[in-house]
Design a protein around this ligand. Structure first.
Ligand code: G6P
Length: 620
């Protein structure tokens, strides 16, 4: 989604802004632009479509200079991918520039009004409406922050903006309305930074303030003043972020996705760190901020998320129902928020919302959390991005994944970390409700402790086979992924990974449903990935493998290493170490990630930034 960066201070603003935008490339974008101001050179605007490197080439030919500036990477919502549609956008006089992340829901009526007043537009964007409106109000007040306030009070929809005017060359105004993604203000000595996402400015500062909904910040070299949209002063706490920017660099890997797949053993360990007491057979989730009494009161859990995180929510249903005996309903957040869900039963306050989100900024997931709050149900966020909106608005948690920054758009380590944190949550619930004894919890803890090592073994075992299989199947037009029970969401995730990064049409199906439709598609060109660990439905999966083979489909089986029966039945077999059946999905998904990765590489796809996708989806 769109990335926002702003800077004021003694450094060359162009360098800081471009560096920040580079750090945000992982969010996905289709064009980029900057506006830099210098008293002698005036306002210098450069924009270009495509990759940031295009903008950098442009800057090499036409450099900008100055100590205050803003920059933006755009992911098109209104209007095509053109230079005119790229941000920053200007007001009528050309003195004010604006960058935005979000959608102005009522932009058409606002634009109509401005057109009537005689304003002309050079782009099709809703952002230009904001710029023109700020310019319009500026004429009366001659004060940028007042003009921004007046403008924002007319906008509908979630929006984050940064504005600059040459008439106030020492000021940036940043504001946040709703859940259009975060605005972080990085505090430096004698300088300040603004970013939609903290990796953008971590090279320069670790001390951050996060704007809340309806906050407006006046950012100057020596001060940051935050007020509410109505002008009332407000104080926001400062946070210190410990992320190491080096961890966000690609290192020796060819792609971030490859690096993040490889990082999973460490990420899984980090997700467990400090949360398990093996001796006492206890789960210590202090950050959950819900007491045993609170947890005992819970009768129903609504798990909600989008994309890959939704698959984690589907797995969590099995974990929580099996371990803690609490009923779980799973919804896409975009469906949940509009379906008028009835959370509480008969006036009882017994429901809990569990939100899964790696970015913590997904607008639908945030809206689902709001819905829960409106119905008096506490929400717990399982989230990776520190200080993100979901982390801040949750009543319980945030249960951080501690997976470190995930840069590849296709989620890998955040997904497996979500499964581990969901497992810990389920065990914590079981502990409070007494559905597991400390001795039983100890067995689960043991399995969790062994998991990072088994993940490392899985990567080692699966990589050479996946490379071979990718060579064989990367020209396929379709692929089918089958699994049952807790491995059905893993089939969905395997299919999603493949389609996201290789653009091969892939479907995930519960294996038992295969004969009700997808079986018609199977022929000798169709790779069918069957997830068949030795669990209580193993034999059913073996039957499905045989049904696929009987139609000449090419079976790639994922099963326990050393399973000779499965190896015999399938065309190809990827063996993974065995763990507890409820933890097996964490290992089973790893070969699917590696397979998708190598297929995408062989097809020459942009693995880390697949077309049309964004890392954090802050619009509906
Ligand atoms: C986008 C990303 C997916 C992600 C989904 C939900 O579609 O490309 O990888 O699973 O959003 O994101 P979240 O940050 O809420 O987990």
């Amino acid at each position: 989604m769109c990335g926002i960066v702003g800077y004021i201070g003694p450094r060359e603003a162009t360098t800081v802004v471009i560096n920040g935008l580079q750090r945000l490339e992982y969010r996905g974008y289709d064009s980029a632009g900057i506006a830099i101001y210098d008293p002698d050179l005036g306002l210098q605007l450069r924009r270009s479509v495509g990759k940031l490197s295009n903008l950098q080439q442009r800057l090499a030919a036409e450099p900008t200079r100055g100590q205050i500036g803003i920059g933006h990477t755009r992911w098109a919502t209104h209007g095509g991918v053109t230079e005119f549609n790229a941000h920053p956008h200007r007001d009528d006089s050309g003195a004010i520039v604006v960058i935005q992340n979000g959608i102005v829901e009522n932009y058409l009526s606002l634009k109509g009004r401005l057109l009537e007043l005689g304003y002309q537009f050079e782009s099709q964007t809703d952002t230009e409406v904001i710029a023109k409106l700020i310019g319009h109000y500026y004429r009366d007040s001659r004060d940028l922050v007042t003009a921004v306030r007046q403008t924002l009070s007319e906008l509908r929809g979630g929006n984050a903006i940064v504005a600059f005017s040459i008439h106030e060359p020492d000021t940036l105004v940043a504001a946040r309305l709703g859940n259009a993604g975060g605005v972080a203000i990085g505090l430096g000595e004698d300088e300040q930074f603004i970013a939609s996402d903290i990796p953008a400015i971590l090279d320069y500062t670790r001390t951050l303030i996060f704007l809340e909904d309806r906050d407006v910040a006046v950012v100057r070299r020596h001060s940051v003043t935050i007020t509410r949209l109505d002008g009332a002063p407000v104080e926001r706490p400062t946070h210190t972020i410990a992320w190491d920017p080096v961890a966000a660099a690609k290192g020796d890997y060819r792609h971030f996705m490859q690096k993040e797949i490889a990082e999973q053993p460490r990420a899984l360990m980090d997700a467990l760190r400090g949360r398990i007491d093996q001796e006492r057979g206890r789960i210590e989730l202090e950050d959950l901020r819900l007491s045993d009494d609170d947890l005992r009161r819970v009768r129903r859990i609504y798990a909600t998320a989008c994309g890959t995180a939704w698959h984690a929510a589907l797995v969590a249903k099995f974990l929580i129902e099996n371990l803690a005996g609490v009923r779980v309903e799973v919804d896409y957040a975009s469906e949940f928020r509009y379906r008028g869900p009835i959370l509480q039963s008969d006036g009882e306050r017994d429901a809990l919302l569990l939100a899964f989100t790696q970015s913590g900024e997904t607008v639908d997931t945030l809206a689902a959390m709001e819905e829960a709050r409106a119905q008096g149900a506490p929400s717990v966020a399982i989230v990776n991005a520190i200080g993100s909106q979901a982390a801040r608005v949750a009543d319980g948690g945030p249960l951080y994944l501690h997976a470190g920054p995930e840069i590849g758009v296709a989620s890998t380590k955040a997904f497996t970390s979500m499964l581990v944190v969901a497992y810990l949550f389920a065990l914590r619930l079981a502990q409070a409700r007494g559905t597991l004894t400390p001795a039983q919890i100890r067995e689960h803890i043991q399995a969790l402790i062994e998991l990072p090592g088994k993940a490392a073994q899985t990567i080692e075992l699966a990589t050479p086979i996946c490379i071979e299989l990718a060579e064989r199947y990367h020209r396929a037009g379709n692929a089918l992924f089958l699994g049952r029970q807790i491995n059905y969401p893993i089939a969905l995730e395997g299919a999603l990974k493949l389609k996201e990064i290789s653009y091969i049409h892939a479907e995930g199906y519960p294996a038992g449903e295969m004969k009700h439709g997808p079986i018609a598609l199977i022929d000798e060109n169709m790779p069918v990935i069957c997830i068949a660990p030795r669990d209580h439905i193993y034999e059913k999966m073996i039957s499905n493998v045989e049904q696929v083979r009987a139609r000449h489909g090419q079976v790639i089986a994922i099963g326990h290493a050393g399973d000779t029966l499965l190896a015999e039945k399938a065309n190809h077999m990827i063996g993974v170490p065995a763990t507890l059946p409820l933890l097996q999905p964490v290992l089973n998904v790893i070969p699917l990630q590696i397979f998708a990765y190598h297929v995408a590489v062989l097809r020459g796809c942009d693995v880390d930034q697949p077309r049309n996708l964004a890392k954090s989806v802050t619009v509906e």
